[in-house]
Every structure is written in C-alpha cells, then in structure tokens.
Design a protein around this ligand. Structure first.
Ligand SMILES: Nc1ncnc2c1ncn2[C@@H]1O[C@H](COP(=O)(O)OP(=O)(O)OP(=O)(O)O)[C@@H](O)[C@H]1O
Ligand SMILES: [Mg+2]
Length: 525
C-alpha cells in the first residue's frame, strides 16, 4: 500500500500539530484505511497486527467527532484491563494536546470511586474505561449515556468473549441505538466475528491484509525445557541477549510471584504484575517498567493485550498460553511501531504439539533453539567485557592502574598476561565447564544427578547388582545412595553430584555380571 500522509486525511489543524509532535511521520496502514471510514460515521471492525497504531486509528476520529463546547459525555472506549485503559487515555490525551476544552478520563476499578466521581463532575466528553467500573458509575448515575454517539471496543474479541460479553451488553443497552460502534483488535476469531452483527449496523470490515497474524520483525524462538529448569534457562537467555526490557508471561499468579523472587535472588531487576495485587502497587510496577527502573516485567495475561512500552526487546512465554490468540498478543509486546524484537517460548514434553498448533494458527515459523550452555553464557560475557575493555583503553586514563600492574609484575613471577587472564576470569565470574556436564540430568532431588547406565539387555543385571557394582568400583562404598529406574532399555541411577565424576571414571569399561557397562550423565543421552 502506498504511503498516506496525515495531511491527506483532512484532520483538524490541532490534531495535525499533535501528530507531528508525537513524531508520527506518516499514517500506518490501519490508520490510513480506518480513519476515513470512521470519520464517515459508519460502524467498523478494524483488524491489524500488534503495535501498528490501532489506538490512534480510532483515537483520531474520536477526537474529530467530539464537540469541545458540549460538556456532556460523547464517546466511550472500553478496554479489558486497567493498565490498558490508562495507556489509551494517555495516548488520546497526547492527540488532544492542542484541542482546548476536551476532557479525557480513564475510569477503572481499584481507583477511589469518590475521586473518580469528582473528576466526572467537571464535564468529561470522553471516557476510557474497564467495563466493571463503567457499569458501577452507570448504576450510580455518575455516568450518563444519553448523549453518547460513539462506542469503541479496543481488544474487541476479548471484550466480546465470555468473560466480558454480559457486561458489554449491559453497557450497550444504555447507549442510544443510533450510535457508531467500532471494534478493533489484532485478532478476530470467526465465532466472535459472527456475533458482532448483534452489536453493529452494517459494519465495514477493515483488515490490513497480511498472511501472518504476528509481525515479521519479531524473531520467534522456542526451547524445550523441563519445568524445573525454566528459571535457569531464562537467566541464561537474558544474559546472552541482554534485552533492554523484557516481559515474561506466566499462566498463574503464583508462578509470577515465584519467578519474581527467583529472578531477584539471581540479581535481576524484576517486578510482577497480576490481578491479586492492589491497584496502587500495579501502577507503581507499570511506572517503574515504563521508566526502565525495572528491566523485567513478569506478568499474567493482564499485560498480554495492548500494552505499549517501546523498549521491550524480548518477550518470554515462560508458560505457553492457553489460547492461540494470546500467543499473538503476548509476543506483540515487542517489535512495536517497526522496531525489532525477539520472542522465546518454553515448552516441555507434549507442549511441542501445542506449539505446532500455534504456528499453524499464526502462519509463522517458531524456530527451535538449543538451550545455551554455561560456556555460551560465559563467552558472551567475555565478549562484552572485552568490548568495554577496548573502549576503556581507547578513551580512559589508566595510568594509576598501569602502575599497579607494573609493580605486581616487578614483585612476582607473573607476567602481565597472567594477571590479565586472572582479572578476566574474575570479572566474567567464570564457572568451570565440569558443572555443566551435570546440569539438568533430570534428577528428582536437589544435589543429585541422574546417570544413565548401559548394561546391554536389561535382564542381565538386577538393580541391586548395579548399585553394588557402582559403589564397589568407585571406591566410595555406602555413599552411593541411588534409586534405580528400569525402563525398557535404559537404566538410570541417581547419585550425589559430588561423586558423579568419580563414579563415571571408575566404573566405565568395567564389567557387571560379565557384561561391560558404560555410565554417563543422563542429559547426554
Ligand atoms: N503513524 C505512526 N507513526 C509512528 N508511530 C506510531 C504511529 N501510530 C502509532 N504509533 C506508535 O506505535 C506504537 C504502537 O501503537 P498502538 O499501541 O496503537 O498499537 P496497536 O495496534 O494498538 O497494538 P496492540 O494490538 O498491541 O494493541 C505506539 O507507541 C504509538 O504511539
Ligand atoms: Mg492496541
């Protein structure tokens, strides 16, 4: 589609000025198509990918339609979450910056109702609200719908889904029938599309046609990870990619709390967001994240839709979402307004099939990635350290330190190379590769590793024989406390991590009941 300039859309000069101030150079495709249709007054359904400017696509025509002199409530935007209501109100306020006499108010649960009532008394023409709180005000008659001419459902498919549909119906019953009803979302599943007729009149469907539901500028990866290892893998990916800001999605509030604690314990700046938190706390978390004080937002699906924070460079599906649509919305928190982003999804066991289904639904490919090893993490760290070191040598005065190294070299047998190497190891927090061998062997208990023993056919040796032989051969009798799992062809034992290396070295290539055995960590299988 050819480029459309805002100048060509016949907007009020105040809005033109605001759009320029916001740094929008040209209209995005959904804006180019939807703004004229919405300004013509007909009902519409707008579908375009995440981060492509749907808010302004309805926000601009809304402001065009509002009469600043009329102090009555003229239009309402309904959003599924409080954070989104706040954000949409903020974006529309920016668009209305040069329009005098327009009051835009977000109305959402968890905020003091008395305070909201006071604000409403000042004559608000445009409300951005969550359904529950809007209904509350309707009942109290602190919001009157008689003069309303426009209703927008942002994230329309979610709003018309089971959880919200009744509330939406209750609200729409109070709105005059000769209104304009406008729906927007990045996803519009067929069953929802079918019921929209109930709420709209000959709606025009504007779909910015793309084959994929997700934006192409998000690189999508997945990792096969056992549930217990997810936190470790997440940390490794964070260390390797070093995203400026990240959003990590979990399926439960409890998991959010657990992970936030885990990440804080590992030294990351993380904060949680979910529905059991007090609104004031939710507001603080979002503010901290928007300002970059928190690098990692760990959230339930409350943050999946609409949230726009431009420096989010990575999205993690710590748990895979239940619905395919939610995959689209979640990863859409990155790669917004043409920026690039990455998404990382963790799957365990049979969830791989769920992931295949998501790929079919989105018509995109999600690429399998190998879990980075501690070595990969260390190498990345060293590369980054060396970049900094090079920059420091070029730009900074290092005289004092040169003198210190010189005197160390003079007073010892070490070369400056030795000292540099030791310092580098220290800065990189170097871990020995050996621990890597025993990472994630699938052992059930902490401090234990699972070893795989190949003894040929399973009936040649009994569990007791194997344990006995292991204890005997390794020379640490009695210390091998192990459980034996006899699968069809494989035998596993679990042994304390500190003895694993010795056991492997001494047992390999000896014989149990005349059969040679081979022992190795179970993760190498
Ligand atoms: N014409 C434009 N030029 C440049 N940036 C724009 C333009 N229109 C909107 N933006 C910016 O793009 C970002 C994403 O816009 P917006 O939040 O409206 O996306 P969306 O389509 O509603 O996405 P989602 O489906 O996730 O809700 C915002 O920061 C917005 O200010
Ligand atoms: Mg949006």
């Amino acid at each position: 589609m050819e480029e459309v300039r805002f100048e060509d859309l016949g907007l009020r000069p105040e809005i033109m000025r605001a759009v320029k101030k916001m740094g929008f150079e040209e209209a995005s495709p959904i804006q180019a198509k939807a703004i004229p249709v919405m300004m013509s007054g007909c009902d519409l359904i707008g579908q375009a990918q995440t981060g492509t400017g749907k808010t302004a696509a309805f926000g601009i025509p809304l402001l065009e339609k509002i009469e600043p002199k009329n102090k009555k409530l003229q239009a309402i935007v309904l959003c599924p979450t409080r954070e989104l209501a706040i954000q949409v109100a903020e974006e529309i306020r920016h668009l209305a910056y040069y329009m005098h006499g327009i009051k835009v108010l977000p109305i959402y649960g968890g905020q003091e109702i008395v305070k909201q009532i006071r604000s409403l008394k000042g004559g608000v023409q445009l409300i951005i609200g969550t359904p529950g709180r809007v209904m509350d005000h309707m009942r109290r008659r602190t919001i009157k719908m008689e003069n309303l001419h426009t209703v927008v459902l942002d994230e329309a498919d979610e709003m018309l889904n089971m959880g919200f549909r009744e509330d939406i119906e209750t609200i729409l019953e109070e709105v005059p029938a000769e209104r304009q009803t406008v729906l927007f979302s990045a996803t519009m599943p067929k069953p929802i599309l079918e019921i929209t007729k109930k709420y709209q009149n000959h709606a025009e469907i504007i779909k910015v046609t793309k084959r994929e539901l997700t934006v192409p500028n998000i690189e999508q990866f997945y990792y096969e990870v056992k549930p217990k290892k997810k936190e470790e893998v997440l940390s490794r990916i964070l260390d390797i990619y070093n995203p400026k800001l990240s959003v990590v999605f979990c399926n439960t509030k409890k998991q959010v709390d657990l992970l936030v604690n885990g990440l804080l314990g590992r030294g990351y700046f993380a904060a949680g967001l979910h529905g059991d938190m007090k609104q004031a706390q939710r507001d603080r978390v979002m503010e901290g994240f928007r300002k970059g004080k928190t690098d990692i937002l760990v959230a339930t699906d409350v943050a999946a839709r609409g949230i726009d924070v431009d420096e989010v460079e990575a999205v993690f599906n710590y748990d895979l979402p239940q619905d395919d649509e939610y995959y689209v919305h979640r990863i859409g928190r990155t790669g917004r307004a043409g920026r690039v982003g990455r998404s990382f999804s963790f799957v365990s066991g049979r969830e791989v099939y769920k992931l295949k289904e998501i790929q079919r639904y989105c018509k995109t490919k999600i690429y399998a990635q190998k879990v980075p090893s501690l070595n990969d993490v260390a190498n990345t760290k060293i590369e980054k350290l060396m970049d900094t070191v090079n920059r420091m040598i070029e730009e900074e005065d290092l005289t004092t330190y040169l003198q210190l190294i010189q005197s160390e070299v003079n007073d010892s047998d070490y070369t400056s190379m030795d000292i540099a190497a030791a310092l580098l190891k220290l800065c990189a927090g170097g871990k020995e590769e050996a621990s890597e061998t025993f990472a994630d062997t699938g052992a059930e208990e902490p401090g234990m590793v699972r070893l795989f023993i190949n003894i040929g056919k399973k009936d040649k040796a009994k569990p007791g024989d194997i344990l006995g032989a292991l204890a005997g051969e390794s020379g640490i009798p009695g210390k091998v406390v192990g459980t034996i799992d006899m699968y069809d062809k494989y035998t596993f034992v679990e042994v304390p991590t500190e003895y694993a290396r010795e056991i492997i070295n001494s047992v390999n290539h000896t014989k149990i009941k005349g059969k040679s055995v081979a022992v190795e960590p179970a993760n190498q299988k």
